[in-house]
Design a protein around this ligand. Structure first.
Ligand SMILES: C[S@@+](CC[C@H](N)C(=O)[O-])C[C@H]1O[C@@H](n2cnc3c(N)ncnc32)[C@H](O)[C@@H]1O
Length: 277
């Protein structure tokens, strides 16, 4: 089991296996994970030594980890993986955002949540650790392979029983839930971090799935700050095309009277919507 100290430290560590959603690199990461685990498990001496005073970088600032905090193999494996993959670990939310989500979930006593866009499960694990034992998380991602990369850590943390993973394109999965979920099964909280150009489609469906008073949180709504600037030249095409999609979504959301919202300047921008109608 993950220890209490590790739980708090956990939120400062980004799950570091960045694979995007290419199966081959997924497999490479998984193999690496397994070999690292094999190396670190028996007592973890190598591991501990390796991350003494290791500086980890979130998207915005460095974190320094002291050896006394690195008290179990779970955390050790993660940090080691971060060390191995850091330049590609871009997809998961940064640690400070994981901590914010965790506090929100605890304050609102959330019991039923939904996550759209799981990747290797960093935000999912932060959520699962924040929720009570009898809570349920419905987690949707088009790639089970990515989810399974992070699954050993979820298991090790003893929270796998809270998660119902659905491998699917998010829109049809949400449509199915809209038909299945009854009034007394509505969700308290949703976290959305999948296809940016589909955010509005997710929004329409989540408004039927999240109870009045519940929260729907959208990640990447500042899209590296590009939404405040004209389109950039000399950047990959997807940067500008996602910028367009996020701008459109933000504008529609700002005019949506069914929610009140707050755009939080954390990570890549987090918009918190509270359903009011
Ligand atoms: C940014 S990552 C999620 C990171 C995760 N929330 C975290 O913080 O660790 C985006 C994920 O969305 C998934 N995704 C992309 N398009 C999707 C779609 N149409 N339906 C479901 N999942 C999708 C990808 O497979 C990827 O794992």
């Amino acid at each position: 089991m993950i220890s209490p100290i590790s739980k708090s430290v956990f939120c400062k560590v980004k799950l570091c296996i960045s694979t995007y959603w290419r199966p081959t690199s997924c497999r490479r990461s998984m193999n690496c994970l397994r070999s690292l685990e094999r190396r670190l498990r028996p007592g973890f001496p190598k591991g501990k030594q390796a991350f003494t005073n290791l500086t980890l970088y979130s998207s915005s600032k460095p974190f320094l980890f002291e050896e006394k905090n690195l008290c179990d193999g779970l955390l050790s494996s993660w940090i080691c993986l971060w060390h191995a993959f850091q330049s590609r670990a871009l997809m998961n939310v940064p640690p400070e955002e994981g901590q914010l989500l965790s506090i929100i979930l605890k304050v609102m006593n959330a019991k039923r949540t939904i996550e759209v866009g799981v990747f290797t499960g960093y935000s999912l694990l932060a959520t699962a650790l924040a929720l009570p034992e009898d809570a349920k998380i419905t987690a949707i991602d088009i790639s089970r392979e990515c989810y399974e990369v992070g699954l050993p850590f979820i298991k090790e943390a003893g929270v796998e029983h809270k998660i119902d993973f659905i491998e699917s394109d998010a829109v049809p999965a949400l449509d199915k839930l809209v038909h299945e979920v009854t009034e007394d099964e509505l969700f308290d909280f949703a976290f959305v971090d999948a296809e940016k150009s589909s955010y509005w489609e997710y929004h329409e469906r989540l408004l039927k799935l999240v109870r009045v008073g519940g929260l729907i949180c959208y990640d990447n709504t500042l899209w590296m700050g590009t939404v405040a600037n004209p389109p950039q030249q000399d950047v990959p095409d997807f940067v500008n095309s996602v910028r367009e999609a996020v701008l459109k979504f933000n504008k529609k959301l700002a005019g949506d009277t069914r929610v009140e919202l707050s755009q939080v300047c954390i990570g890549d921008g987090l918009t918190i919507c509270r359903r009011i109608a």
